[in-house]
Design a protein around this ligand. Structure first.
Ligand SMILES: NC(=O)c1ccc[n+]([C@@H]2O[C@H](COP(=O)([O-])OP(=O)(O)OC[C@H]3O[C@@H](n4cnc5c(N)ncnc54)[C@H](OP(=O)(O)O)[C@@H]3O)[C@@H](O)[C@H]2O)c1
Length: 304
């Protein structure tokens, strides 16, 4: 009997030990929240990080560990990873998902806001990677999934700083993938297209706040219109499924693009010259050909 209890205890311990551990950033909304749910469904021990703990209460009730995480603060990142390691002793997957779009005309986005953009979308992602790597390297296994965007391959109107951050994560991830391969750690990029989350409204608010009054008014209105178009997005569950695939298949691809429409856009970008792509993409945005000194937009490229 004693042995059985010991064995049961051992079995339970083994189960606990074998439960894989994932950290998901940006878990209070959209893609991150759905990703947490997906990993919970798959039996993972999930650490959900974001600033809005209230917005993650439902995830806590479903069994996720909630972690306050402010990506603009290095000590918050270190504390998050330290908590995971002390509670669970391992990290199998890091999903670097948190991010936002500091949209606005380059002339008008304060450089402090641009630095914040790079801080959250690039440097915080790198900080998290630095923090989890010693534990992953020691176990000779792990997966780092960086959620970038098709905005890491293709421009959008008044999105220069967002694209700077996402293009940067693309190049960063390519180098890191090869740097970590000898240690048995995979680095994967997931590139969503338009997804129905809070992201679009936050980016639209940013572009309006920054550029709706001055010489870029017409462009800001066009950008905000597209950013707020919920109808072009797909549910975030689709990206959560893609992230799960990247985390669970035996040999992950370096890149996953979803949904299908996003793959088509990246394919078009690859196929066309810069000028030809600009022409088509400008048409989509209704970008005017010129803006007069009095601020009047003239002739959309579509009609040229
Ligand atoms: N939705 C799209 O169309 C789309 C398309 C391509 C790529 N993406 C990318 O997908 C990722 C997820 O976006 P989403 O669409 O799910 O957007 P979302 O609904 O706005 O969620 C963004 C998440 O990022 C977190 N976050 C933002 N700033 C943070 C900070 N300083 N510290 C900690 N967390 C922060 C937010 O949490 P708190 O505010 O609670 O901290 C939130 O949980 C982003 O990297 C985004 O660029 C989205």
């Amino acid at each position: 009997m004693k042995n059985e209890i010991a064995l049961m205890k051992k079995g339970q311990m083994m189960n606990i030990e074998q439960k894989k551990v994932v950290i998901v950033t940006g878990a209070s909304s959209g893609i991150g929240k759905e990703t947490v749910r997906r990993f919970l469904d798959e039996g993972y021990e999930v650490y959900a990080g974001a600033r809005r703990l209230d917005a993650m209460r439902d995830l806590g009730q479903s069994g996720a560990h909630l972690v306050y995480l402010d990506l603009t603060k290095g000590e918050s990142i270190d504390a998050c990873v330290a908590q995971v390691l002390s509670q669970s002793g391992r990290i199998d997957v890091l999903v670097n998902n948190a991010g936002y779009g500091a949209y606005g005309a380059v002339e008008e986005v304060p450089l402090s806001a641009a630095r914040d953009q790079m801080e959250v979308n690039l440097f915080a992602l790198a900080h998290l990677i630095q923090a989890v790597l010693p534990a992953m390297r020691e176990r000779r296994s792990g997966r780092i999934i960086n959620v970038t965007s098709i905005g890491g391959r293709v421009w959008s109107l008044l999105g220069a700083w967002y694209h700077a951050s996402k293009f940067a994560v693309e190049g960063f991830s390519d180098a890191l993938r090869n740097e970590l391969r000898p240690f048995g750690i995979d680095v994967i990029v997931v590139e969503p297209g338009a997804i129905k989350t809070e992201w679009g409204s936050i980016a639209a608010e940013n572009v309006k706040k920054t550029s709706a009054q001055g010489p870029y008014r017409e462009l800001a209105e066009a950008a905000a219109r597209i950013l707020s178009m919920e109808s072009i997005g797909v549910p975030p569950r689709m990206i959560a499924d893609t992230i799960w695939r990247a985390a669970s298949v035996r040999h992950p691809q370096p890149r996953y693009i979803a949904p299908f429409s996003a793959r088509m856009i990246v394919w078009l970008r690859w196929l066309l010259s810069d000028r030809a792509f600009d022409r088509i993409w400008s048409r989509f945005y209704g970008l005017p050909r010129t803006i007069t000194a009095s601020g009047q937009a003239q002739k959309s490229l579509a009609k040229s």
